[in-house]
Design a binder for this molecule. Sequence first.
Ligand SMILES: Cc1cc2nc3c(=O)[nH]c(=O)nc-3n(C[C@H](O)[C@H](O)[C@H](O)COP(=O)(O)OP(=O)(O)OC[C@H]3O[C@@H](n4cnc5c(N)ncnc54)[C@H](O)[C@@H]3O)c2cc1C
Length: 273
Amino acid sequence: MTEETTEAREDSTAPRTGTPAARDVVVVGGGVAGLSAAVYTARQGLDTLVVDPGGSILRRNARLENFPGFPLGVDARRLLDLLGEQAETAGADRLDARVTRVSLVDGDGGESDEARTGSARFVVATDGDDRIRARHVVAATKNEVGYLADLDGVAIVDRGKAYVDADERGRTGVDGLYAAGRLARKPHQAAVCAGHGAEVAVTLLEEAELPFYHDWVAPEGYFTDRDREVPPGCEEIDAAEREAREATALDATRDRFAEPHPDPQETHPSLEE
Ligand SMILES: Cc1cc2nc3c(=O)[nH]c(=O)nc-3n(C[C@H](O)[C@H](O)[C@H](O)COP(=O)(O)OP(=O)(O)OC[C@H]3O[C@@H](n4cnc5c(N)ncnc54)[C@H](O)[C@@H]3O)c2cc1C
């Protein structure tokens, strides 16, 4: 394992606590949907913070055997770690906290701030007394909706459990607020919720004031040898760069899967002593 990958591993297991006052994107909920969304927004340079106290329901899974790319299955807690690491590698920060309230910035949302894509619309409050301004909020909290109670325009659907009424792309009744994964009434499957998180993030990117085409990594010349500019969001890499990235990835993958995940199996709280 290289020094670089060791550092990445150590970072991935410890959510960061530093919280700049303004973000382009705050993702509420760091399960599969929220972390997938963060990978996409952070890779496009949006200053992204994922807030989560560590309660993904996927932690209760005994063996995840239907997530694409793992023919023999994968430990669900390992998958969550890897997704968290991927979000951080993309540039997202993580905060170990529970969001207690999302409200609109006073007035017309025109308060000035450092958010790169424009003025903050939201104030996100946490149980750690953080107050973070955000241009965009992605809500990905499965069935927890209490923190949205102050936002006019968010429709909550009660089907025994609470969901946020959102369109297929995750848009809610409030500009800049998206719902992703199970919270948006997607099927109760990890891959579906992860995919929806990615789709919601792409929707956000398309609606933000920044150029975006696709998040693609293409071989050298794929666009440029056809006299096309590399589109915004895309990247062309040459063979040497591809081999270097592959070597780093092989090294890191061997490390991440060298041992069983150390966390104990979780179950339904009602079954615990
Ligand atoms: C026993 C069990 C086994 C399962 N097995 C499988 C399986 O084999 N295959 C499969 O496809 N699916 C399986 N699932 C379903 C899968 O776990 C879910 O569909 C998936 O995790 C939903 O993803 P999500 O991101 O929407 O929600 P979650 O992964 O639950 O993420 C929601 C996150 O929101 C956070 N959160 C909540 N409130 C707040 C707040 N106020 N502030 C900040 N963060 C907050 C939580 O801490 C959590 O991390 C299983 C579920 C269970 C219970």
